[in-house]
Design a protein around this ligand. Structure first.
Ligand SMILES: [Zn+2]
Length: 297
């Protein structure tokens, strides 16, 4: 049985957003400058428009390829959601999971892997927007928390690349608990004296922003990324005021002290490397992280 029944006409869908993913085909029209870009040029440029610097979205694997020096070891690849609430909205949650698995080839919305960034052994968690909007359910929370535990056990830093619509409502309160779980793991990482760099990409919203995304020792965002808790429409309706230009975009948040830096994707790896070197190589780092079991699990 469905949890909700729509008796009234559903709300009209908002005006179609500009495509932020790279569409299929030989040429792509950039939503930033409206110029045609050769698809291969875009791929060679980390999906950043060579003409205006518009950042197209990267998927989780492309992100790891961009950050790591070479190959990486993926962890907890086979964790899958059990649909604990047997949730159905307009579609059963099971069907959404199946569609996500088919379209991304991943079992849930994050890849957690260990590798090296400019020879520094590091754990990276990379979120995948293509899987139910990068939403954080039990599996995402568990994989990230385990990734942090692995970083602690291996004495390495962790980088989390956020790209998420927030907590996964189809898992109800269980998805909200992931916020606390991941934050608690980050507190242990902090006590162990290990750095956490948070990379906020377009979009980072809801329960992800409200928990670990903002807890980095350094919070870095990509240019013009949407970062916020509630959406601008909801805020405008609540406070009955027009929001300022550029509200909830990286540059605005940087100006207002919510972020430490806004970094062009083409320089992101260099900046992260410099930050990790600045934080100092943790004593006893193992290369690569060779941890089989998660402590306490
Ligand atoms: Zn452009």
């Amino acid at each position: 049985m469905a949890w909700f029944k729509k008796t009234r006409k559903p709300m009209a869908a908002p005006a179609k957003e500009k495509a932020s993913r790279v569409p299929e085909g030989l040429w792509v029209k950039c939503p930033g400058c409206a110029q045609a870009i050769y698809n291969k040029d875009l791929a060679a440029n980390f999906n950043v428009c060579p003409k205006c610097g518009h950042h197209f979205r990267l998927n989780a694997t492309e992100r790891l390829r961009m950050l790591f020096d070479g190959t990486w070891t993926e962890y907890d690849k086979d964790l899958v959601s059990t649909d604990p609430l047997v949730f159905t909205d307009t579609k059963p949650y099971k069907a959404r999971l199946k569609a996500g698995i088919e379209s991304t080839g991943m079992k849930d919305a994050v890849i957690v892997a260990a590798g090296s960034i400019d020879r520094i052994p590091t754990v990276v968690a990379s979120m995948e927007y293509g899987f139910i909007g990068g939403s954080m359910g039990v599996v995402v929370g568990e994989k990230i928390a385990r990734g942090i535990e692995r970083a602690i056990a291996g004495r390495t830093p962790i980088v989390i690349v956020c790209c998420s619509g927030g907590a996964r409502m189809m898992e109800g309160a269980l998805s909200l608990m992931q916020m606390a779980k991941v934050c608690a793991a980050l507190a242990r990482l902090d006590r162990a004296g290990l750095p956490f760099i948070s990379v906020l990409t377009d979009p980072t919203t809801g329960g992800v922003t409200a928990s670990f995304a903002m807890l980095g020792d350094v919070n870095i965002a990509e240019p013009k990324a949407l970062i916020g808790f509630a959406g601008p429409r909801v805020i405008e309706q609540t406070i009955r005021q027009k929001l300022p230009e550029g509200f909830q975009r990286s540059e605005f948040l940087l100006d207002h002290g919510m972020l430490d830096m806004v970094v062009d994707r083409r320089e992101l790896k260099d900046v992260i490397t410099r930050l990790l070197r600045f934080a100092g190589r943790p004593a006893g780092a193992i290369a690569p992280v060779a941890v089989e079991a998660v402590p306490g699990s």
